[in-house]
Design a protein around this ligand. Structure first.
Ligand code: ZN
Length: 81
């Protein structure tokens, strides 16, 4: 699931699987942060997030938000032309 919240924050929801019991869980991409981990609600396995991957993801999410804002602005600045 991919969308934008009202304040133009990017929202990306992923459905990865627990490495142990393979239960799917919901992961908000914005919470995929370096140093964080997910603990499985079903079996309690803690899956640590890949720090360098998480850093890359956060940078790209941020860049995309900035770009999307520019798209909005490109329309609002054309008003009345
Ligand atoms: Zn599990």
């Amino acid at each position: 699931m991919l969308g934008f919240l009202k304040d133009r924050q990017l929202y990306v929801e992923l459905r990865p699987q627990c490495p142990k019991c393979k239960k799917e869980f919901m992961l908000d991409l914005k919470k995929f942060l370096p140093g964080k981990a997910h603990s499985c609600y079903a079996c309690g396995t803690v899956a640590h997030f890949d720090a360098s991957l998480a850093e890359r993801v956060q940078k790209q999410v941020h860049d995309l938000e900035v770009t999307i804002r520019e798209v909005y602005e490109s329309f609002s600045s054309r008003k009345g032309e």
